[in-house]
Design a protein around this ligand. Structure first.
Ligand code: NAD
Ligand code: TYD
Length: 331
């Protein structure tokens, strides 16, 4: 069995590649990744010599690269994306190209190659924001920022390839992932990075926005459950049952690093900030999956992991320097 993982040098991708090589002895893993600021071969260094692992550098928007990567592949896990909301607010260009057009190119290549399964990675953000009503997989998609809109378009494009072309597509809509190797523009690693330098933590608005935190290893198990047992054409929410207000999460980070709460600074809010993504996860749980990592343990080991990987974080932040200076100017 050969599985193609697009975006395998990123956060979730590198965790998934490691998970596959560890858990599935009969599986060969090929990664297609163009190595943007968020993708890095450092993230895969420990498995780079594994004979079951193969890396192809290429852009998912490039038909030739997509075709080449699809050769001899049984299943696809399509993760490659421009994954940060704030960047898509500065400019939606890359998000629309990679998330929508890139998904189209991968779907075409998968159809030509006749792959047995195509897992499209969507997100809880496609539903938009709700304070009370839980999103089921049948809730209409109402994305509210360019990132989530590009993901919603890709989600439905993938579905259309199932309906129109009979491509065996399954769709995952996970909550916020956290854990090792996350690029330090996202809340948890970014705030660890800043707190370690005694720099203020820029909390958007009042910090009462809620996120459901899913440990990345739990997400990897969820993705393989959907790949193995998901019904073609169906979407699956991956909900962790672990919602916290941002300020509470930030206080845990500070506590673990023994840093003062005076580092917290409320700054100009993200435009169109989604307040909450409450999901109903019963459809996936009926397939036998449930999250395993307790929050108290997961957040502490994640904060410690970033604190112990200071050089990795510094190199990663340096790759995004222009973005950080631009977005956080005045924040
Ligand atoms: P990430 O930003 O850490 O990694 C993205 C990877 O895709 C990088 O390795 C990057 O180099 C690669 N990539 C980007 N553009 C590419 C292109 N044009 N061609 C080839 N490779 C390209 O992202 P992540 O957090 O690991 O997210 C992975 C997927 O999961 C994305 O589809 C994202 O929308 C989705 N998702 C993420 C979360 C989360 O909390 N991180 C939650 C739900 C869904
Ligand atoms: P983020 O990690 O960007 O993920 P997403 O927006 O996809 O959920 O943000 C998580 C939450 O943290 C979100 O409510 C925005 C907030 N946040 C801040 O308050 N300040 C920051 O500097 C960042 C990056 C995020």
């Amino acid at each position: 069995m050969r599985i193609l993982v697009t975006g395998g040098a990123g956060f979730i991708g590198s965790n998934l590649v490691r998970h596959l090589l560890r858990e599935r002895e009969d599986t060969l893993v090929r990664v297609l990744d163009t190595l943007t600021y968020a993708g890095n071969l450092d993230n895969l260094a420990d498995i780079s010599e594994d004979p079951r692992f193969e890396f192809m550098r290429g852009d998912i928007c490039d038909h030739d690269a997509a075709r080449a990567a699809m050769t001899g592949v049984d299943q696809v896990v399509h993760l490659a994306a421009e994954s940060h909301v704030d960047r898509s607010i500065i400019s939606a260009d890359a998000a629309v190209q990679t998330n929508f057009v890139g998904t189209f190119v991968m779907l075409e290549a998968a159809r030509e190659a006749g792959v047995g399964r195509f897992l499209h990675m969507s997100t809880d953000e496609v539903y938009g924001s709700s304070l009370t009503d839980r999103f089921t997989e049948d809730t209409p998609l109402m994305p509210r920022n360019p990132y989530s809109a590009s993901k919603a378009g890709a989600d439905r494009l993938a579905y259309s390839y199932f309906i129109t072309h009979d491509l065996p597509v399954v769709i995952a809509r996970p909550a916020n992932n956290y854990g090792p190797w996350q690029y330090p523009e996202k809340l948890i690693p970014f705030f660890v990075y800043r707190a370690l330098r005694d720099e203020h933590l820029p909390v958007y608005g009042n910090g009462m926005q809620m996120r459901d935190w899913l440990y990345v290893e739990d997400d990897c198990r969820a993705l393989l459950t959907i790949l193995d047992r998901g019904e073609p054409g169906e979407a699956y929410n991956v909900e962790a049952g672990n919602e916290h207000a941002n300020l509470d999460t930030i206080r845990l980070i500070l506590e673990e690093l023994a840093k003062p709460e005076s580092l917290i600074r409320h700054v100009e809010d993200r435009p169109g900030h989604d307040l909450r993504y409450p999901m109903d996860g019963s459809k996936l749980r009926a397939l036998g999956w449930s999250p395993q990592m307790p929050w108290d343990e997961g957040i502490r080991l994640t904060v410690r992991w970033f604190a112990e990987h200071g050089e990795w974080m510094t190199r990663a932040v340096a790759r995004g320097q222009e973005y950080f200076e631009n977005w956080y100017a005045g924040r």
